[in-house]
Design a protein around this ligand. Structure first.
Ligand SMILES: C[S@@+](CC[C@H](N)C(=O)[O-])C[C@H]1O[C@@H](n2cnc3c(N)ncnc32)[C@H](O)[C@@H]1O
Length: 182
């Protein structure tokens, strides 16, 4: 298990990293990668799991961002148009079937049990809703977080009961997945 996996460790890590996060993040998670994901957003409310400082969804009034880190959310509050919730997305405080899209851009690999996490995302989606995920593929990060291979991601979505519509390599450093609730 990576040394930053799990809610308590992820929270401490991002409370600390929040000071420099917005300077570093766009070099790794580029605007092109973000736009690829945003093109697949479905109608209805959008849940951004691990919203961080709001990089992916800050422009969306219909978005709800949840994050463990108080410090990351403090920064998100400066420009976020939707609503923000401090909490653990493995125990999400939302009604079932209340979202059209669940985004996890850079957060799934911090969950203790990623299959269970995606099962939880599925419960929050209406039929026809989608989970959109960006997760790193750099093996060197394996001591810190979960690093999924393509076959791991296929298994995660299958076992969570979602149909994987798209899986693509992004810049050789990440996978992007779109999976649908049927
Ligand atoms: C790499 S950052 C990604 C931030 C943002 N999505 C972005 O793309 O810039 C990961 C974020 O996920 C949050 N996170 C990790 N595990 C979480 C959980 N179980 N519930 C809520 N947030 C979580 C962290 O606190 C951190 O802010």
């Amino acid at each position: 298990m990576g040394i930053f996996v799990g809610p308590a460790r992820a929270r401490r890590f991002f409370d600390f990293l929040s000071k420099v996060y917005d300077v570093i993040n766009p070099f790794i998670y580029t605007a092109d990668m973000r736009d690829t994901l945003l093109r697949d957003v479905e109608g209805g409310r959008v849940l951004d799991v691990g919203v961080g400082t709001g990089y992916t969804t800050k422009h969306m009034r219909e978005a709800v961002g949840i994050d463990l880190s108080k410090e990351m959310l403090t920064r998100a509050r400066e420009s976020y148009k939707g609503s923000l919730v401090l909490g653990d997305a493995s125990r999400p405080p939302f009604k079932p079937e209340s979202f059209g899209t669940v985004i996890s851009a850079g957060s799934l690999y911090y969950f203790n049990d990623p299959i269970n996490a995606v099962r939880g995302f599925k419960k929050l989606l209406r039929d026809g809703g989608v989970v959109l995920t960006i997760t790193p593929s750099w093996n060197v990060l394996r001591i810190f977080v979960h690093i999924f291979k393509e076959k791991d991601l296929r298994k995660i979505f299958k076992e969570a009961g979602l149909r994987l519509e798209k899986i693509q390599n992004m810049r050789g450093i990440a996978f992007y997945c779109k999976a649908m609730k049927e």
